[in-house]
Design a protein around this ligand. Structure first.
Ligand code: BTN
Length: 319
């Protein structure tokens, strides 16, 4: 009911009569008033003027599920959303839900995380109300060997989602970073539950620095706020990203690996460049990035001419 009242208010830029609205929704005047008070408690600014009625003045800067759902154009992503003010990590919650059988597209988001984590045991700083910290449950029908493609397609979705509203020089750094002006803007962490030849589910965790100031993020990072010099509507970027992630996921299902490979080439930070890779066993390899393959692995031509297939590691561009 609260959502219905809110939608009426959103769709009317002027005042609407409380009496009429209450009647339309089959509510008593007291019940209607109570909902208005609840909305105010959630941070909505609603003005009430005798004889004129109600008008929505301001929507709070919160990732409320009904705000994300409002005119969200997706088939399955964020059809179910769990929202938290503060959690240890959205990854753990999404994992538990996926184990319980929650459907593909289920979204877990939080306004802050106490123990946000990144790849290779790193920390993901998640200050309150400053970024997007979320995890999506996916159940792709692909071989576990191809899991790298899911992180690449998510990166493509993030870049396209941000680009809808902002003209920024964004690029994808294999395997899981989004860069702007050589600084990290967003990162992706995947956690996988799989058997030998099938994926049960994968949790795609995404952290994006939105309104974060310099002192709240690591020195090598950046935020939309720092890049654009203005405060950003987190809900709007979030919805664009969710829609684009779904679009990329569906295109991958229809068109296959080549869809990801060609988009990766177009957006890649590393394609054709000389790099140094630190492998998980600490071994270091150097060479030129030739491409990614059908499994999303990085193909590196070493100086001796041999092409090495890299499945995971930390990559640095060298000149
Ligand atoms: C990386 O760059 O290494 C990946 C960072 C992923 C951070 C996100 S924030 C939401 C989700 N919850 C976490 O604890 N981590 C991911």
């Amino acid at each position: 009911m609260r959502e219905e009242i809110l939608n009426f208010l959103k769709e009317n830029s002027g005042y609407i009569s409380g009496e009429e609205l209450a009647q339309k929704l089959g509510l008593s005047r007291q019940a209607f008033w109570k909902h208005i008070q609840d909305l105010r408690g959630l941070g909505y600014e609603i003005s009430a003027v005798p004889h004129l009625g109600y008008r929505l003045i301001k929507i709070p800067d919160r990732l409320y599920p009904w705000e994300l759902a409002y005119r969200l154009n997706t088939k399955f992503v964020a059809k179910k959303t769990l929202y938290y003010k503060n959690v240890a990590s959205t990854m753990d919650i999404a994992w538990e839900l996926a184990k319980k059988g929650f459907p593909e597209g289920t979204l877990v988001c939080a306004e802050s995380q106490r123990r946000g984590r990144g790849r290779l045991g790193r920390v993901w700083l998640s200050p309150y109300l400053k970024g997007l910290y979320f995890s999506i449950i996916l159940r792709p029908k692909i071989s576990p060997f191809k899991i790298g493609l899911i992180s690449l397609l998510s990166s493509i979705g993030i870049v396209e989602g941000i680009k809808r509203d902002f003209d920024l020089p964004l690029s994808i750094k294999w395997p899981n970073d989004i860069l702007a002006k050589e600084r990290k803007l967003a990162g992706i962490l995947m956690e996988l539950d799989a058997e030998q030849d099938r994926i049960n589910f994968v949790i795609v965790g995404i952290g994006l620095n939105v309104n974060t100031s310099k002192k709240e993020i690591p020195p090598e990072a950046t935020s939309l706020y720092l890049l654009l010099n203005k405060r950003i509507d987190r809900v709007k970027v979030f919805k664009n990203i969710l829609e684009e992630i779904e679009r990329t996921y569906l295109s991958f299902q229809e068109e296959g690996e080549n869809f990801i490979i060609s988009n990766w080439r177009r957006l890649s930070y590393l394609y054709g460049g000389r790099v140094k890779v630190i492998l998980p066993n600490r071994e270091i390899v150097e060479g030129r990035v030739l491409d990614i393959d059908q499994d999303g692995a990085l193909l590196l031509r070493k100086d001796e001419g041999i092409v090495e297939r890299i499945l995971s590691g930390d990559v640095e561009k060298i000149v």
